[in-house]
Write a protein that binds this ligand. Structure first.
Ligand code: XMP
Length: 327
């Protein structure tokens, strides 16, 4: 029967027999899935594992620091941080099609992992060293299904770590969580001793803020969205709602402008959308009934503190028909 301990034991065994003596890298985002995948592989093959955190410039405020503080301190895992902002932002320049963005981001992740793998082998080059053969990803069952890779026929979005992979991939993939749902992954994480602060973190997509800007992605737009997102997260946390809502994407409608008034002056700024949802597994979702006072506070603060934003709107669509993210 299903217990987290049984699942851990079984998956550790599988990872060991797949990986053997090879070196392994794991793309670590700081989120639940990649952290639990990394902890599992570390349990299985110890210091054959190196984690790679990619700063693609599409992160939220404070994220890079948090990974180092929370995960590395708790697990002692070997971590390499790669600053790949220029590479991702130039690959994305001028692209507004959602699937194209996702494919570009998926491809650039792999290129960064390939380079990191070469660097890691270079750094370890002893007589008995092994090449990096495997890439660990925290892919979950819903990612597989919605990318069209499962038993169903759905092809809704190319999750960056599934449908977004390049054809000439030079790694074998290790995806130990591929058959699990998020709540199961959380239990497995607790069993492995992953800190609660990570286990209960809300989902954040690998392509990051890149798929929360409707329109083309650039540094200026990212800065605007990052500021608005930080305010929304801060207020939801202050209101004690983190465990009640599954996640709350903040989406910048970068190509839309509307007229506003602030002080005595006319503004012509952008809207952001708040998308708070309640869900069990992200396959379906309902819009979350966040109290009006909390919404009011978020709206006031964002329009006061982020100069380019003059309107905050609330998304009251369930999934289906909407997806959780806008792209
Ligand atoms: P959607 O928008 O498809 O999102 O309803 C379902 C859940 O998946 C997250 N999401 C992703 N996570 N890589 C990820 O790691 C991705 O490419 C990706 N796309 C969406 C989304 O935040 C939600 O929790």
């Amino acid at each position: 029967d299903w217990t987290a301990a049984n699942v851990v034991e079984e998956l550790v065994e599988q990872v060991r027999s797949t990986v053997g003596e090879a070196r392994v890298i794991c793309g670590l985002s700081g989120g639940v899935d990649s952290s639990v995948a990394a902890a599992l592989v570390q349990r299985a093959v110890g210091d054959q594992l190196t984690c790679v955190f990619v700063d693609h410039g599409l992160l939220r405020a404070g994220e890079a620091e948090q990974v180092e503080k929370d995960f590395v301190d708790a697990t002692g895992v070997d971590l390499v941080v790669v600053d790949a902002q220029d590479r991702f932002l130039s690959a994305l320049a001028g692209v507004s099609d959602p699937e194209e963005k996702r494919k570009i981001i998926g491809r650039e992740f792999i290129r960064v992992f390939e380079q990191a793998a070469r660097d890691i082998v270079g750094a370890h080059s002893g007589a008995d060293d092994h090449p990096v053969e495997f890439l660990v990803q925290g892919t979950l069952y819903p990612d597989v299904v919605e990318s069209g890779g499962g038993t169903g026929t759905a092809n809704i979005k190319s999750h960056h770590n599934v449908g977004g992979l390049p054809d000439d991939l030079q790694f074998k993939l290790v995806e130990p969580l591929r058959l699990l749902f998020k709540d199961e992954v959380r239990q497995v994480g607790l069993e492995l001793g992953v800190p609660e602060g990570i286990v209960w973190r809300q989902p954040f997509p690998g392509p990051g803020l890149g798929i929360r800007i409707v329109g083309a992605v650039d540094r200026e737009r990212l800065d605007i969205l990052r500021a608005a997102d930080a305010i929304a997260r801060e207020e939801l946390t202050l209101a004690g709602l983190d465990r009640d809502i599954w996640q709350c994407p903040v989406v910048l409608l970068a190509d839309v402008r509307s007229v506003g008034v602030q002080g005595d002056g006319r503004t012509y700024g952008h809207p952001v959308v708040l998308r708070p949802v309640a869900s069990e597994d992200a396959m379906t979702a309902d819009w979350a009934r966040v109290p009006y006072e909390v919404l009011a506070k978020i709206s006031t603060r964002i329009t006061n503190e982020v100069r380019e934003i003059n309107r905050v709107v609330l998304d009251v669509t369930s999934k289906p028909p909407g997806t959780i993210e806008w792209e």
